[in-house]
Design a protein around this ligand. Structure first.
Ligand code: UGA
Length: 449
């Protein structure tokens, strides 16, 4: 099928690349002309594992192209995947102006009927509104736009893997034909008919992904409810970590044992600096807002959000307790991205920690394998190092803020010799407290004595 992708952020690019790799013809567009020029020149504007190789392969096969001309892109596809941003507004609700703008463009220039696939994360009832808007902007013409909600469950950093190995594909539709069309788009994924970049010798046997056809409102709710539930789990684990600190428990032991109960599950119970990124913080705000707008008080989610915001304070309290005076101290921060395997620093706890340390008068030296270029633009007065061992040289403390495996496997014996004081504050619980103590470090993490 011919597919247009509007919006070349990580969701748009991964969706476009993987659908092209799965055999569809894809044309991508974005209002950022520089981004399109970079893609046309063979560049990849974001760091996302396996994305480059999938884009290269799709390009070689002649199945993906890029244009900064939205009209060309809209006219190209039988299905248009809307992957534009829905950033938070002041009150936490999602700003849907980019989606509205795309609807106006589609109505203005499309020459035939199309499937309009809402991939951006949006509050429930956006699909209904999009339907109404498309009808209104089309002024009763003969073209038909079938709106579909197809929420994405892609994690940054493993988005290509997630696209090719989904546990479920959700499509919210108004009519059966739209559901059938979506099934044919995803058929190569469901049937494993693509060249998998991570498994050259064939993908391991796994249960076939469920293809779920729901109403549009349910599909939108599924996305927000899933992200919010995962955020709840993380905040729950973080409160357990606080309790472990007071009651002399070990949060890793507690959450591991909890997670072995299949009703709970082991994932998303890692305590630490809390969740960041452009999905969880904004999605739970938008969900709280949406619930409030229909008279449902989502107290439980508000608490999860509050717990998460307090993680930075908890961490800084530990830093201050350990350093006593922060002003004038040389401090290393390892990690800038909101999590490992991405260069995304949006709502990253590491960035907030650095800002607060700078405000307190610390000299901050930092490093990250992928996110430094983005961070340099927003962190004046901070010194950046490509080599983590250079970042910790002569420092009074090293703070670990992102769980990169590079830091998990750091040679602390070597790092310790370079530091002015052997003090590590671990915001991601990466190391064994005993091993760090054996190496002569003062070591502080979350929920472990
Ligand atoms: C999340 C969801 O996991 C995806 O399913 C969803 O598609 C995506 O949002 C989205 O809405 O687009 P992502 O934001 O990329 O994906 O990252 P996660 O891997 O979910 O991690 C989110 C945050 O939680 C990170 O800051 C991570 O460090 C933190 N986290 C995660 C914890 O603090 N503890 C955990 O146990 C797990």
């Amino acid at each position: 099928m011919r597919i247009s992708v509007i919006g070349c952020g990580y969701v748009g690019l991964v969706t476009g690349a993987c659908l092209a790799e799965a055999g569809h013809e894809v044309m991508c567009t974005d209002i950022d002309a520089a981004r399109i020029a970079q893609l046309q020149a063979g560049g990849v504007p974001i760091y996302e594992e396996h994305l480059e190789e999938v884009l290269v392969s799709a390009r070689k096969a002649g199945r993906i192209s890029y244009t900064s001309d939205a009209t060309e892109a809209i006219r190209f596809g039988d299905a248009i995947f809307i992957c534009v941003g829905t950033p938070p507004r002041e009150d936490g609700s999602a700003d849907l102006s980019a989606i509205d703008h795309v609807a106006q463009q589609i109505a203005a220039v499309a020459q035939n009927s199309k499937l309009i696939v809402e991939k951006s994360t949006v509050p429930a009832r956006t699909g209904q509104e999009l339907n109404r808007a498309l009808e209104a902007y089309s002024r009763g013409g003969s073209r038909r736009f079938a709106v579909v909600s197809n929420p994405e469950f892609l994690r940054e950093g493993t988005a290509v893997f997630d696209f090719f190995h989904p546990d479920r594909i959700v499509v919210g539709v108004d009519d059966e034909a739209a559901g059938t069309a979506m099934q044919s788009i995803y058929e190569p994924i469901l049937e494993h008919k693509f060249r998998c970049p991570m498994h050259q010798n064939g993908c391991p046997a796994e249960p076939k992904a469920e293809f779920l056809v729901t109403t549009i409102n349910s599909a939108e709710l599924i996305k927000h409810a899933s992200n919010s539930f995962l955020a709840l789990k993380i905040s729950y684990a973080n409160v357990i970590a606080d309790l472990c600190e007071k009651l002399d428990g070990n949060v890793e032991q507690v959450t591991h044992a909890m997670g072995l109960d299949p009703r709970i599950g082991t994932q998303f119970l890692k305590a630490g600096l809390g969740f960041g990124g452009f999905c969880f913080p904004k999605d739970i705000q938008a969900f709280i807002q949406l619930a409030g707008s229909v008279g449902v008080d989502f107290d439980i989610l508000k608490a999860a959000e509050r717990v998460n915001k307090e993680r930075i304070e908890r961490f800084l309290e530990k830093v201050k307790r350990a350093l006593w005076v922060v002003k004038g101290k040389k401090v290393a921060v390892l990690g800038l991205a909101f999590k490992a395997n991405t260069d995304d620093i949006r709502f990253s706890p590491a960035i907030e920690v650095i800002r607060r340390l700078v405000e307190e008068g610390a000299q901050v030296h930092t490093t990250d394998p992928e996110a430094m270029e983005k961070a340099k633009k927003i962190l004046p007065g901070v010194v950046f190092h490509a080599d983590p061992y250079e970042a910790v040289r002569e420092t009074h403390a090293a703070l670990v803020c992102t769980e990169w495996s590079l830091y998990r496997n750091l040679d602390w014996e070597r790092a310790g010799k370079l530091m002015a004081r052997r003090l590590v504050l671990d915001g991601r619980n990466l190391y064994s407290p005993k091993k760090m103590a054996d190496l002569g470090f003062e070591y502080f993490s979350f929920g472990r004595s």
